[in-house]
Design a protein around this ligand. Structure first.
Ligand code: SF4
Length: 417
């Protein structure tokens, strides 16, 4: 596993991959490559963004684009079939796609060639409003085309001892935003209650509410204080609903069985996700040293499997940073080997009722892996096919993380077909 990763040359292009994988939607392949390589915008494309119609400000716990940027840049893109692309402005990436305005159309281009028409994400009605405490609602809840994201706590304490995951920039991003824009560490539950109340008034806009944030290690048990933040937040959100449970996903640390029972009993949460990030024990130790040191890969995995007892099959999943298993110098030296190891472990999780979904690794500023390169586009297509096949074989849906509700995972996009 120690050889330098030399796989990143001789890669097939987008068009070659589309021709080689005719059963995979070209929209999904394009989305994957845009996530992998990032985008930039021409001045003409930026001028087409309409502040009254499009989403130009975006609160994020990870560095994608500046939260208060000038000029205001579209947050992200939609393709013609409704596929959403979650990507960011990455002018420093080695080969980003370019969004341009050509012959009256917004288009995605690569080296001057037009590949597809695109549209900017639309702005929901709540984002220009304020809570009763005067907080701008766009700073409380972040909209995706179909989902409301809430990040109650913006710093990850694995970073306190240098144990942050190596592809992640949460805490470097928080420190910068706190210094430049006074970003609060925690969002008040009352602000969240009021913002959700306002957001769900818009008919048909939001299908789900997702919560995530940095890990908090303190408390009498590991993660107890993090659990408390989510219980208070979910209870505040739940005041907006008359049903016992509401469509929701929590992506959090790996809670113990009694913590999970509290989460389920004391809130209206419907599903639970805790990210293993990379499906290999040794690579987990290297890439996620904080998680490995405090709990370890096997215990993290065991807690996910335990969560199925509480939330039920199809309501527990784990995210991986697809491709990070090929990072140098300790990652897999061959894409075949990486794929085989990842899918074997994903199958073990599937046999225990836990779904695996992938995000596309996009090395970003502020992370330890900022200067690394993701694997080939073909690798991501094969990984997506493999994860989709496992879900079909084991009859595991991923509705809380599906193309309808999340839109970030190329593998769950395949469940449309
Ligand atoms: S646990 Fe890892 S990936 Fe998650 S916020 Fe902390 S450092 Fe980032």
């Amino acid at each position: 596993m120690n050889a330098p990763n030399e796989l990143k040359s001789h890669q097939l292009s987008y068009h070659e991959i589309v021709a080689k994988y005719p059963t995979v939607s070209p929209f999904v392949i394009l989305k994957t490559d845009v996530q992998r390589r990032g985008v930039t915008y021409t001045t003409q494309a930026i001028e087409r963004a309409n502040p009254a119609l499009h989403l130009l400000q975006f609160r994020s716990i990870f560095h994608t684009i500046g939260e208060k940027q000038t000029p205001q840049i579209p947050v992200s893109l939609l393709l013609r079939d409704g596929t959403s692309i979650l990507t960011g402005m990455r002018p420093d990436a080695p080969a980003p796609y370019l969004v341009d305005f050509v012959d009256g159309r917004l288009v995605l281009t690569d080296h001057g060639q037009i590949l597809e028409e695109v549209e900017y994400w639309h702005k929901p009605q709540y984002v220009d409003k304020h809570t009763s405490a005067g907080t701008p609602m766009w700073q409380v809840a972040t909209p995706r085309p179909q989902r409301l994201d809430i990040n109650p706590y913006s710093y990850c304490h694995f970073w306190d001892d240098g144990g942050g995951c190596k592809y992640c920039n949460i805490s470097s991003h928080f420190n910068k935003e706190r210094k430049n824009n006074g970003k609060p560490l925690r969002i008040a539950p009352r602000d969240i209650y009021e913002t959700v109340r306002e957001a769900v008034k818009q008919p048909g806009r939001f299908a789900n509410i997702m919560l995530t944030g940095g890990s908090i290690l303190s408390g009498s048990q590991l993660f107890d204080d993090e659990l408390q933040v989510y219980i208070e937040t979910l209870q505040a959100i739940g005041e907006n609903f008359t049903t016992r449970r509401f469509p929701s996903q929590l992506i959090a640390s790996a809670f113990s069985l009694d913590q999970l029972a509290r989460l389920y009993e004391e809130t209206g949460l419907l599903t639970y996700t805790s990210d293993l990030e990379v499906l290999d024990d040794a690579l987990f130790n290297w890439i996620c040293p904080g998680k490995a040191g405090k709990l370890g890969y096997q215990a993290w995995k065991r807690r996910l499997i335990d969560a199925v007892q509480i939330f039920g099959t199809g309501r527990v999943n784990t995210g991986i940073v697809g491709g990070v298993e090929t990072a140098t110098p300790h990652g897999f030296a061959s894409e075949d080997e990486a794929l085989d190891a990842t899918l074997t472990e994903a199958e073990d999780l599937a046999q225990h009722g836990v779904t695996v979904v992938q995000c596309v690794w996009s090395p970003t500023r502020g992370s330890a892996f900022a200067k690394q390169h993701p694997p080939s586009l073909e690798y991501y297509v094969r990984l997506s096919q493999g994860l989709d096949a496992l879900r079909r074989h084991y009859n595991l849906n991923a509705d809380m993380d599906s193309y309808r509700i999340c839109g970030n995972h190329p593998d769950t996009d395949l469940s449309r077909i």
